[in-house]
Design a protein around this ligand. Sequence first.
Ligand code: NDP
Length: 301
Amino acid sequence: MAAMVIDGKEAAAQVLDTVKTATAELIRTTGITPGIAVIIVGEDPASQAYVRSKGRRAEECGFRSVTHRLGADTAQADLLRLVGELNGDDAIHAILVQLPLPGHIDEGEVIQAIAPHKDVDGFSFVNVGKLATGQTDTAFVPCTPAGSMVLLRRALAKTDYSGLNAVVIGRSNIVGKPMANLLLAANATVTIAHSRTRDLPALARSADILVAAVGRPQMVRRDWIKPGACVIDVGINRVPAPELGEGKSRIVGDVAFDECAEIAGAITPVPGGVGLMTVAMLMANTLASACRAAGVSAPRY
Ligand code: NDP
C-alpha cells in the first residue's frame, strides 16, 4: 500500500478535545454553556442510536443537551411549535431534527423552520446561501463535508488548493453540493459528477482530490485514481459478510479501499474516516453557535 491512510479517529478526537477545552473557557469567561436540543420523531432504531450518541458526545463536550422524543404520530403543527419554542430559548444554541421524519411530515418545512443561527446542520436556505456565496465564516456548514475538509487539510498539510483539480462524485444537498462549495472556496477547480455523468472513471482520473459521496459499495476502482491523489470516501454502505458468519454484514465505503490505496497518495478508510468526523463537527458547530451568541471567536480546526 502506497497511500497515507487518513486517520479519522485521531482527527475527530482532536476536534473534540479542542471543543471541550474551548467550551470550558467559554463557560469560565462568559457564563454561557452551549445548549443543544435534539428532536427525534418515531422509533427508528438507527435514528435512536444516532441521537443517543449525539447526546453522549454533547455531554462529554460540557454542553447542556436536551433530547425531545416525540411519537411517530406527532402532528407537523406540534413539531413546528416545538421548533418555534426552541428558536426562542436563549439557553439553546443548536437545534437538530433527526432525519428521516415520518412520511406525514414535510421535512423541508420543518428544517426551514429552524432559526438559521441555530441550524447547526447547515440545511437552512440562509446557511446554504452563505456557503454558496463564500461567506463560510458566518455560515453553518453541513457536518460531513466540513469534517471531510478537516481530513483533507490534514492530508495535504495546506488550506489553499489553487491549481488542484477536485472531483466530487454525488450532488446531494447534504454532502456533494456543500463539499463542492467548500473546495471552491479553498480555490480548487471543482467538477461535480453524478449518475448522468459520462465516462466517470476518466473524469475521476483527472482529480488531484477525489471525493466519493454516492452510496454505492466500492464503486470507485483502482483505475479511477490519479497516482498520488487524495481520496476522501464519504460512503457508508452495509454489505453482506458471510465470511464473518451467517447473516453477518460489514460497512464499506464507495471506494474499493485496498486497490485504490496502492495508487492514491492519501485515502480515508471506511470505517474510521469521514464517518467519525460528522458528530465531531456537529459539536464544533454547536460551540461556534454559542460563541457567536457570546460575541467571542470560535476555534478553527
Ligand atoms: P444521495 O443518495 O442523496 O446522493 C447520492 C449521489 O450519488 C447522487 O447525486 C447520485 O446522482 C449519485 N450517484 C448515484 N449513483 C451514481 C453512479 N452510478 N455514478 C455516479 N453518481 C451516482 O446520498 P448522500 O449524499 O446522502 O450520501 C452519499 C453516501 O454518503 C451514502 O453512502 C451515505 O450513507 C454516506 N453518508 C455518510 C455520512 C457520514 O457521516 N460519513 C453522512 C451522510 C451520508 P443523481 O443526483 O444523479 O441521482
